[in-house]
Write a protein that binds this ligand. Structure first.
Ligand SMILES: [Zn+2]
Ligand SMILES: [Zn+2]
Length: 257
């Protein structure tokens, strides 16, 4: 069985747990954008400890994704996957032998879980998002991208669940107190997905087997969960309650595939 749980999502920190097979289950942490204390606390709420993590995948170098990855990996001897560009953008820190290099389109076999990283357009050195499968179900993780490319859409076909960025409402962002350079950055081709852009992607990859759509990386100032649920449910033709919104501090419940 494959199941996943966001431990929190947004500009204050992103981390998603993916659990496959078992017992004993294999657990991957996608992004580690929290302090060690906060991560431990949220793992404990899920009934887990730091030592229960078997592998870490870092999507890109922004602080809301890298967080305590290095400390966690070194303390518990956990392999950390990231692109070479992400590693160099971090100034090539010492992972004490636990660093592994991920590449666009090159599958990573972790035993009970296979990952396929893919390039996304975002203002980081070499950002990768990913899909993962236990051989039966497929989960897509996609936050932090400015727009959908054909490459992104091709990778997201036939997902049983999708965690998808729905960062901002374009009108709320335009009217916000953000300085204009920041508005341009967020809404630009290498920034973050608007609710409308997320809805278009959801529609493009929708199929009858899609069990869960989780909206993630919501802006706390320029978005509201009800706006996201309205647009995404319209895109999929489902009820608003079917759209799970990942909370910045509590994430989501476990979602099984
Ligand atoms: Zn981010
Ligand atoms: Zn980012």
């Amino acid at each position: 069985m494959l199941r996943f749980k966001s431990l929190g999502s947004g500009s204050t920190g992103n981390a998603t747990l993916i659990e496959a097979g078992g017992p004993p289950a294999f657990r991957l942490l996608v992004d580690c954008g929290l302090g060690l204390r906060q991560l431990s606390l949220r793992l404990a709420q899920a009934g887990l400890t730091e030592g229960d993590i078997d592998a870490i995948f870092i999507t890109h170098e922004h602080s809301d994704h890298i967080g305590c990855a290095r400390q966690l990996a070194r303390r518990h001897g956990i392999p950390v996957w990231m692109s070479h560009g992400t590693y160099t953008a971090l100034d090539s820190p010492d992972f004490e032998g636990w660093l592994r290099t991920a590449q666009d389109g090159v599958a990573i076999d972790l035993g009970g879980l296979q990952l396929t990283p893919f390039t996304v357009p975002h203002d980081a050195r070499e950002p990768l998002q990913l899909t993962c499968t236990d051989g039966a179900a497929k989960l897509g993780i996609m936050t932090d991208l400015g727009h959908a490319t054909a490459h992104v859409l091709a990778h997201l076909q036939q997902c049983d669940a999708l965690l998808l960025e729905s960062n901002h409402d374009s009108d709320l962002l335009a009217a916000s107190s953000y300085p204009s350079f920041l508005k341009r950055r967020v809404s630009g081709q290498l920034g973050h997905l608007s609710n409308d852009a997320a809805a278009q992607i959801a529609q493009a990859v929708h199929h009858t087997g899609l069990k869960h759509l989780v909206a993630a990386h919501l802006s706390q100032q320029n978005n509201r969960p009800d706006l996201v649920q309205h647009l995404l449910s319209q895109a999929l033709g489902c009820s608003r309650a079917d759209i799970v919104v990942a909370d910045a501090s509590s994430g989501t419940p476990w979602l099984a595939l």
